[in-house]
Design a protein around this ligand. Structure first.
Ligand code: NAD
Ligand SMILES: O=C(O)C(=O)C[C@@H](O)[C@H](O)[C@H](O)COP(=O)(O)O
Ligand code: ZN
Length: 360
């Protein structure tokens, strides 16, 4: 088992990464909880719920609540149902919530924990590759129909317990989605990691040590940024590389596109903008586009949506100033920055970008 520690201003917690950890979740915690509520989804429940349930000592009263398996669960109604279930099952301020699942469950259950009786403990038990990102850093939220993650807060978990065996049941689409956030971390901070990503064969068949390396490096890069700027007053915005367009696309596509697939397209647009700012430098755009093609990212989906509608959504991005759309771009690989664009400028850039990618 590997271990990392996440340090924020007022809180420190461990991230454990290894095989079979789901059998030990309850016994790995350094505190006993009388009541525990596991929140999971309909796909994860039959695969891993019993094992996690049974990992708690018999002195804990453990219950579970299962929500639909999709982005639609990051909804105020589902959030409310979780609260109702917690109250009906007698959870109190000394209780624990366990987020067992991918990023949807992590964001939802984390936000339930952050708001139940004004905040109780929770842990993350991630079961997707993408959740190497979502389980760390304490951003928890649900969606509003106007935009992604618009209702939420920062609430750090007590621990992250990542059983890498659970990833063996992921679909190709979920591997693809998770790899987009790994590549994002690589573009932000680590050329070696980027090279490793570019040379991977089919994602689901990657060796265990490669998988653990990707997870560890991704989490380290994120942890380093979160440690310096937990509440996104500055450099944490870099973790949003690819998300300004990504979130807009995801919402416009009514979430048929996975988060990571949308972010992957958003990263391509961010590279395109970076190249405009630094015409004398060469960014690995061609390699990145080949990689997207090789792994069947749905890049052509951009053509299904009106630029005007996408820009309308981008206008409600949380990074924005009053009038401008703030994009994360790169000065070079490993050196991110942000650039503010007027709404009309971003529209024009998106039109040029759309033409460029339709020629590829
Ligand atoms: N809080 C953050 O910092 C942060 C970071 C990145 C993404 N996110 C959020 O995370 C969400 C995306 O997370 P995700 O991609 O994990 O999506 P997800 O939680 O919806 O999981 C994807 C699908 O895989 C299924 N699944 C989960 N684990 C499985 C397993 N081991 N085997 C088989 N199927 C499994 C789920 O049921 C679901 O159908 C988005 O809402 C995004 O906004 C949050
Ligand atoms: O942790 C962060 O900070 C991130 O931006 C990570 C993103 O991958 C993640 O999708 C996050 O939920 C986006 O946050 P938002 O503030 O843009 O909603
Ligand atoms: Zn993301």
């Amino acid at each position: 088992m590997k271990e990392l520690r996440i340090q924020t201003e007022h809180h420190q917690y461990p991230v454990y990464i290894g095989s079979k950890l789901r059998f030990d979740v309850g016994s790995m915690l350094n505190k006993q909880y009388d009541r525990v509520l596991i929140i999971t989804d309909k796909n994860v429940e039959p695969l891993y719920l019993q094992e996690v349930l049974q990992s708690f000592p018999s002195s804990s009263q453990v219950s579970s609540f299962t929500v639909p398996a999709s982005e639609s669960s990051k909804h105020i109604d589902v959030f409310y149902q979780c609260h109702t279930y917690a109250m009906e099952n007698g959870l109190n301020r000394q209780s624990l919530i366990v987020a067992l699942g991918g990023g949807v469950i992590g964001d939802l259950a984390g936000f339930v924990a952050a708001t139940y009786m004004r905040g109780i403990d929770y842990i993350q038990v991630p079961t997707t590759l993408l959740a190497h990102d979502s389980s760390v850093g304490g951003k928890v939220a649900i969606n509003h129909h106007i935009g992604k993650n618009m209702i939420g807060c920062f609430h750090q978990p007590q621990a992250v317990i990542y059983d890498t065996d659970t990833l063996s049941t992921l679909s190709n689409q979920e591997w693809r989605s998770g790899m987009a956030e790994v590549v994002k971390h690589a573009f932000l901070a680590d050329e070696v990691l980027l090279e490793r990503c570019f040379t991977l064969p089919a994602f689901p068949s990657m060796e265990r040590d490669v998988l653990e390396y990707l997870l560890m490096r991704g989490i380290e890069i994120k942890a380093n940024i979160v440690a310096q700027d937990e509440r996104e007053a500055g450099i944490r915005r870099y973790l949003n590389l690819g998300h300004t367009l990504g979130h807009a696309l995801e919402a416009e596509a009514k979430y048929v596109l996975s988060h990571g697939e949308a972010v992957a397209i958003g990263i391509d647009f961010a590279l395109f903008l970076s190249q405009q700012h630094h015409p004398s430098l060469t960014f690995p755009i061609e390699r990145y586009r080949k990689w997207l093609q090789q792994h069947q990212y749905p890049t052509s989906i951009l053509h299904d949506y009106e630029i005007t509608n996408l820009v309308e959504r981008m206008k409600s991005d949380k990074k924005n100033d009053q009038h401008d759309i703030r994009m994360v771009t790169l000065n070079e690989v490993g050196d991110p920055t942000t650039v503010a664009y007027k709404v009309n400028e971003i529209k024009e850039q998106l039109l040029v970008y759309k033409k460029e990618v339709s020629r590829v």
